[in-house]
Design a binder for this molecule. Structure first.
Ligand code: NAI
Length: 475
């Protein structure tokens, strides 16, 4: 088996944590039981690009339990938990000397070149007969395949512009190496039945490609299952934003001024958590509806410029770019903490920060750096501007990821087994499946549901068995 992880000897530790996580992931374990015999993913060759954590290990082993063959990479250079990666490679029945699990290409602290090399390894299957499905988080695997096909059609890979981001230059170099007359990417794309996408930013990319007419295969938008974005993005970040801050700095949050940029699902979770710790939370927004929500939730809403000099902690949650600029950072208080929890690192202008003449970057520990300005004051930047909950801590806890990943598995089964029902486009799972995911998590929390009477069901116009809401309902 080909694979590349940091240290296989961590597999035993990883396996113990996987076993603990399984207990906290009732949705995934119920799906394993439900489909043990039917093996709906037999024949599926799934390339996964999603943070290689303990929770993801339970997802991977669920896909395998349903019959799939899998190859995996992380979707961020800092988010891999090396013991999880090792345990997945060794597998539940293998040993360090005889690994029998799943090929993983991921380790914590990859360079960007290594990151894209890993993505390529997981997309190119030995024997050339896979993958036929992608499970993506943020859309990098989908992007690489699409760009490969685009440049094979054009017959050449464009040169990078001077101002292009470093990462884009690396992607172009990779494609220059691999785009050729054998049309490797076109062949890879032709085998793919579809992609299931985990996060807001990846889903945004998919709708853009569909609108532009360039999407090559159908996609299921897992993010917008209610049991994903209204849980993982909100309650998951409510947990892991504090975890990231604590593990990185252990600064007392109570009494501090914290700025949360963006009040979408992730922003709502982060603001709530910081408020819970006793911080005075200030929100920035561009959308009047979300701004009004933040105001009614009791937060001051203003512009970053107004408060950049008084805040102690900054968290960007927008999925947009250039939210905190180098100019903003130069005006911050001494030891202000600057962090991002959105998918990509361009929410904070790290390149601009590095270009300030005389600025000095010092590593406190991996993923925690001070940047000292020529006047002597400094700021702390977490995870080099990459998502801090996975860079500085271990991401969301298992229970909430069980909701997200149960949607992922159901979406993979849908697209793989009912391919002809999904022409190229971007779809969300039907509501009855969303309700099923929630239902699978109730017992573990001791939740007792009220059952509708037939008359009540008729009165509100739903079936006793659900779905209980119309598609336009917003939760
Ligand atoms: P969302 O679309 O619900 O929220 C983003 C909010 O930011 C919106 O309300 C938007 O109006 C606002 N916004 C956009 N530009 C802004 C600007 N210039 N200033 C202030 N506000 C601005 O998206 P969601 O689901 O909250 O996701 C946000 C990001 O977090 C995405 O990149 C997503 O992929 C990522 N994500 C990260 C997770 C993690 O564990 N780190 C988990 C889930 C999502």
């Amino acid at each position: 088996m080909d694979f590349k992880v940091a240290d296989l000897s961590l597999a035993d530790f990883g396996r113990k944590e996987i076993q603990l996580a399984e207990h906290e992931m009732p949705g995934l374990m119920a799906i394993r039981k439900e489909y043990a015999e039917a093996q709906p993913l037999a024949g599926a060759k799934i390339m996964g690009s999603l943070h290689m954590t303990i929770q993801t290990a339970v997802l991977i082993e669920t896909l395998v339990a349903l019959g799939a063959e899998v190859r995996w990479v992380s979707c961020n250079i800092f988010s891999t938990q090396d013991h999880a990666a090792a345990a997945v490679v060794v597998g539940p029945n293998g040993t360090v000397d005889d690994p029998q699990g799943v090929p993983v290409f991921a380790w914590k602290g990859e360079t960007l070149e290594e990151y894209w090399w890993c993505t390529e390894q997981a997309l190119v299957w030995p024997g050339g007969d896979g993958p036929n499905m992608i499970l993506d988080d943020g859309g990098d695997a989908t992007l690489l395949v699409h760009k490969g096909v685009e440049y094979e059609k054009a017959g050449a890979v464009p040169s990078a512009g001077e101002d292009d981001a470093e990462e884009w230059k690396i992607i172009l170099d990779l494609l220059r190496r691999t785009v050729g007359p054998d049309k490797k990417w076109t062949e890879i794309a032709s085998r793919i039945k579809g992609v299931t996408e985990e996060t807001t930013t990846g889903v945004h990319r998919l709708y853009e490609m569909f609108k532009a007419g360039s999407l090559l295969f159908p996609a299921i938008n897992v993010n917008d299952s209610v049991t994903k974005s209204k849980f993982d993005n909100k309650y998951g970040c409510r947990h892991s934003v504090i975890d990231g801050l604590n593990r990185a700095t252990d600064v007392l949050i109570g009494g501090k001024v914290a700025v949360v940029a963006g009040y979408g699902d992730v922003g709502k979770g982060c603001a709530d958590a910081l408020k819970g710790q006793g911080a005075r939370v200030i929100v920035t927004e561009i959308d009047p509806i979300c701004a009004l929500q933040a105001a009614m939730d009791g937060f001051q809403v203003t512009t970053l410029e107004e408060v950049v000099g008084i805040a102690d902690i900054f968290v960007t949650t927008t999925g947009n770019f250039d939210i905190i600029t180098a100019d903003h950072m130069s005006k911050m208080k001494h030891n202000a903490i600057v962090s991002n929890i959105g998918h990509f690192d361009n929410e904070i202008d790290m390149a601009g920060l590095a270009r300030i003449p005389g600025i000095v970057k010092t590593e406190i520990k991996p993923q925690v750096h001070t940047w000292t300005f020529p006047d002597g004051h400094q700021i702390l930047v977490l995870a080099e501007g990459r998502l801090m909950n996975l860079g500085c801590a271990t991401g969301h806890p298992s229970f909430v990821m069980s909701n997200s990943f149960t949607n992922q598995v159901i979406a993979q089964i849908e697209l793989f087994t009912k391919t002809e029902q999904y022409p190229v486009g971007v779809y969300v799972l039907p509501k009855h499946l969303d309700e099923k995911v929630a239902r699978l998590h109730l017992d573990a929390l001791g939740v007792k549901l009220t059952t509708l009477t037939k008359a009540q069901a008729e009165y509100i116009g739903v079936d006793v068995e659900g779905p209980y809401k119309a598609d336009h309902y917003r939760y």
